[in-house]
Design a protein around this ligand. Structure first.
Ligand code: SF4
Ligand code: SF4
Length: 190
């Protein structure tokens, strides 16, 4: 299956890789392509490129292909890959840096990801923890796909995988202070 266009090398690939190394603390040259990360990744089945392939594409300079992949958004930062990697490549940190760049360059494959992040953080600020049901309903409504997960709802509720109502943690004020601190740090950043 033809998936990579080898003619689309990013002209600033070397510079891009250098910046990503600085931002993520990960040197893609450390990877020797053993594939242990892909073998242990719990969401590899849904990815368009395996975690190992993402690193290989970076090594080859296929920057736009990496930044427009679904894989970087599906990575859940579980660190299973890192614990298995014989070269201690911090793939989760690399994925974080790639996600930021993908949004900056308007290449994010998940077009509503900004809205999803805002909703998620809004709920955490309000309740001190995630409220999955509220997130799904609000996201589906705002992204104009109100019936997207309707058929899954009964099974999820029956198995008690999610609650219908939110639970607020006791120290929600401490969580809100963290949000305020981050906002201050962002406004201090030139
Ligand atoms: S486990 Fe580490 S060395 Fe092996 S392919 Fe993955 S990142 Fe590269
Ligand atoms: S951190 Fe991401 S890439 Fe690594 S195993 Fe978890 S989901 Fe897969």
């Amino acid at each position: 299956m033809e998936r990579i266009n080898l003619g689309s090398h990013h002209e600033d690939a070397a510079q891009f890789r250098e910046q990503i190394r600085l931002e993520s603390g990960v040197d893609e040259r450390d990877c020797y392509q053993c594939g242990k990360c892909s073998a242990g990744c719990p969401v590899a089945f849904a990815m368009d490129y395996m975690p190992r392939e993402i690193i290989r594409m970076l090594q080859l300079g296929l920057i736009d292909e990496v930044l427009s992949s679904h894989t970087i958004w599906l990575c859940s930062d579980c660190i299973a890959c890192y614990t298995r990697c014989p070269r201690s490549v911090q793939l989760p940190q690399l994925m974080d840096a790639l996600r930021i760049r993908a949004r900056e360059k308007n290449l994010a494959a998940e077009k509503n990801i900004g809205m999803f992040g805002d909703l998620l953080l809004g709920l955490i600020k309000r309740f001190g923890r995630i409220f999955e049901m509220g997130l799904i309903i609000t996201y589906n409504l705002k992204s104009r796909q109100p019936f997207k997960d309707v058929l899954l709802g009964p099974a999820i509720l029956k198995r008690r995988k999610m609650g219908l109502l939110p639970h607020k943690i006791r120290s929600v004020d401490a969580v809100r202070k963290m949000f305020e601190r981050v906002k201050e740090m962002e406004s201090d950043t030139p």
